[in-house]
Ligand binder design. Sequence first.
Ligand code: ADP
Ligand code: MG
Length: 477
Amino acid sequence: MGNEQLLDLWLKTLALLEPKLQRSQFITWFKDTTILSREDKTVVIGLPLPMFLNWHLEHYHAMTREALLTVDPTTEKIVYRVDVSLKEDVTRTVNLLDHFPETKRRKLPNRYEVKLAEGLTSKIINPRYAIENFVVGPNNRLAHAACSAVAKQPGGKYNPLFLYGGVGLGKTHLLQATGNSILKQNPHATVVYATTEDFTNQVVEAIRSQKMDQFRRRYRQVDVLIIDDVQFLANKDRTQEEFFHTFNSLYEERKQIIISSDRPPEELSSLQDRIVSRFEKGMIADVQQPDYETRLAILNEKAKEYELFIDTKVLEFIAEHATKNVRELEGILMQAVAQYELEHCMPTVKSIADIMRKLSKDPYGVENVAAEAIEKGPDRAHTFEDVIEGVSRYYSVSVQDMIGASRVRDILMPRQIAMFISKKYLRMSYVRIGEAFSHRDHTTVMHAVDKIEKKLQEDSQLLREIRAIEKEVGLAV
Ligand code: ADP
Ligand code: MG
């Protein structure tokens, strides 16, 4: 068979494999592969690297065999041969990106509002957060056990349940996982997950529209109330007042209440004493920073979730060096995914080290901001959701409007700023940002980023606003 026929045979085989595999798997493991020869009913599949050999034999051989037999039923034998020159020689391999362009659209994680009952809203609980995929270590064992117990018996012994700990250590994960688990067992339960900020906004709105009675009635129908980051109740007296009443009436009816905070109750000094003493009546559990083994276990879990095949050495390297919190670990892993998709290269210790270096430095070009940010060691491992929510809060526009199609002027600027921050700090590609904003074209994103970059050079007010948002989101100190 000539080269062209071999390529054609391989292309047809790949076309059968592609729909069966995750995109990242397909691209990673079938890039630079080919059929080297086909003689005497023996097909020789060429692989570009020695490490591919085992992987193909273990994971893809059966599939490849089936596909090949469908395309060419006379095939009797399949062998694999490593040929490192395949990496350089594009004439012998199939260009996967040309032949299999990405069509599948990534969905934005659901963190937006849902209506539970007339006037009663909750953030959508992210289904990705489950008690089962929360990795237990010495740092979070108690919190995990308490959440599991609450999930089994809401309104039981551990009420209220109060979780506290630093940023990015898994509080929101546990809270939402508990809500998820309760809903799974009892789909009719009214589970409200709200950030303290959501709750505050609702109180403010109720006051404004003079519908406080309605507000109270609504909250009293709740079976499980989950309030995240309660430290933000500080100095909000009226909201604290309402929170206290809601808390009491739910508590008296043996409804489950779950709270998180960045510090233990006794340190919530700007909260009313009566509230703090309610918290202290229940179960209190902390989450601490994970140790090395737990970090490694979390990385393994996340890699599995994202279907990333990363060398154990690389994961160990990350676990060793990313010690701050779990969000940082995850951030680095997500960067590795992005690199995968853009450059189609397997993460190596070196590429991860580069990513980590970039994550801890490389702010945008405005010099003094950059210098200051570097000095204070900004925390860059944040998610797109953090950014979009931060911008939405800052400009008081809804997340939905911002990522949606609205062309209203008031929305345009925040949207462009969100795109700009995503690009600069999260290092998302233009294409990915475009997708996140309701599948906009990547050129729209490029335009937005350029525009903000230019504006920043002369508009010091804008610079201040962006810095404020970055601070809010935790991207700069
Ligand atoms: P917090 O609310 O405490 O700031 P999050 O719950 O948002 O932190 O956690 C940050 C990220 O880290 C989330 O994506 C979460 O899934 C992940 N995470 C934290 N701890 C764990 C853990 N023990 N096992 C698995 N994932 C974790
Ligand atoms: Mg949180």
